[in-house]
Design a protein around this ligand. Sequence first.
Ligand code: DGL
Length: 276
Amino acid sequence: MGPIGVFDSGYGGLTILQDLRNKLPEYDYLYLGDNARAPYGTRSFDVVYEFTYQAVRELFDRGCHLVILACNTASAKALRTIQQKDLPLLAPEKRVLGVIRPSAEVIGSISKTGHVGVLATEGTVRSNSYFLELQKFSPETVIEQHACPMWVPLIENDRHTSEAGKMFIKEDLDQLLDKDSQIDTILLGCTHFPILKEFIESYLPANIQIVSQGAIVADGLDDYLKRHPEMQRCCSKNSNIDFLTSENVEIFNKKATQFFNSPVNASHVNLGLKFK
Ligand code: DGL
């Protein structure tokens, strides 16, 4: 048995972990933030795959049987290759799940107009994963995706509340709505973005619903574990949460509390060297 691994390029996945803990508090979790190499959003397919693969290996080595890529960029660019190519060779009994599919499964049903917007990193938008997944679950839903390449760097550097930061955020929101004025539901398709939810809601008209992924992913995991008792049996249940970061531990502990509502005491991990 081992903890459920939760991976993100940096702090964003903590917004998912927060909801996983609320929904499924009995499980143990091991969070890994690759802060030293974040952001992933503008990196190439190959690089995101390589970094994500290293993180998954690390979490497997530390006893995880199930890993959630709590990062849309990694889910868009690395998940399929890891599931189809790597897992069968590396650990056929282990599982890696992403955040795009559970979000695409429900987002169409939330909208009343049938017009949905997705805000995400450049990598997620360019992969077109949201459009392709939504086609499977809700093909009649009209989707507009908009890349916000400045948002993650602003958040990681604590500049998202500055006047200049807010200007970038408003500009991107305006650009999304300019593409389709019938949008009534906006999915925050990057796990860093929930930290901006309040500001976004205050800026946009009240009829537009802003949806974060945390609760959706937690419901999805709950459902998955019920359907897979063999995996549930591999996940330890002591309500423990541990944190790893590839960057400075003190900085991570301090900043993590903005995303995760409890004190964080992380350990350092070096991802790059081990799996070269
Ligand atoms: N939090 C990640 C996501 O959901 C990506 C942020 C980044 O590293 O660019 O896409």
